[in-house]
Design a protein. Sequence first.
Length: 336
Amino acid sequence: MRSYVISHYGGVDGLRLRETDAAPAPATGQVLVRLRAASLNFRDLIILAGGYQQLCKPDLVPCSDGAGEVVAVGEGVQRVCVGDHVALTFHPHWIAGERPLGRTILGRGGSVDGTLSEYASVSEEELVKVPAHLSFEEAATLPCAALTAWSALCAQGVLLPGQRVLVQGSGGVSVFALQLAMLFGAEVVALSSSAERLEHLRLLGADHLIDYRVHEDWHRQVLDCTEGEGVDVTVEVGGGETIERSVQSTRIGGRISVVGLLSGSPALSEGFFYRGLSVNTIGVGSREQFEQMNRAIALHRLKPVIDRVFSFEQVPEAFTHLKQRKHVGKVVIRID
């Protein structure tokens, strides 16, 4: 069995391909999954760099997102059968309700081994059946980015048809937020930094496009295209450098869902309080929310946007591609 492990922290150079004996037969309540694809998130780059080193398990198999097929089940397993196509949940112990504190806080690919492996032996409680119309590569994009976007839109409040959503950039969470917002019948304002990526977002259905390199005070353009009111929900991925413009872009009484800190932790201004906004920090989501999202994806036959697929031998190149931040949608590893 082949797996990638982090031999030392500091970047992509710390990845090592390890070969071990065949995966053991699953114990009672356990399931053996033959992983067929994994997808990358920016948190994986942070982990490789050593950002959460003190919280990570030794010899960590990185990456939180993966999908494959069930090849063996242990005694007592009832939720899945051999042959089922499944994805692994981000939080192994978060089934429903509020997120349990103090348990595998970093989730898969941090506190517990991740998905850059040919096989994974996990509890049956850590699996979700994936929509039948998706390939393994497409299904592997769902556990973190898609569920984070879903939670940002509707976990902390109701998103109604005709309401407005602001998405930032063309990464995995932002693209999923655009696609899922359209399923709700929302009007979408999309930011990006190039005409090419904005065109991708237009083709995906964005109603309003803003180049934030051209319009540094992009909140003014957001207000212009929302009749001066602002959006109902902002999916905030930037962090410290963008939070104030997000505040100004969001209508009085609206919501800001913070899902990323690409430019550091945000500090809230007086404007946030004057506008009566609510801020929700999004920690991906529970298995129950994952299953709810999958029903919506299956009903509408939504197809995740994949920027590029790399082979299992090209994992370092895939991380380098992600680091360049020129992708639209998800970067995926095919595990043959």
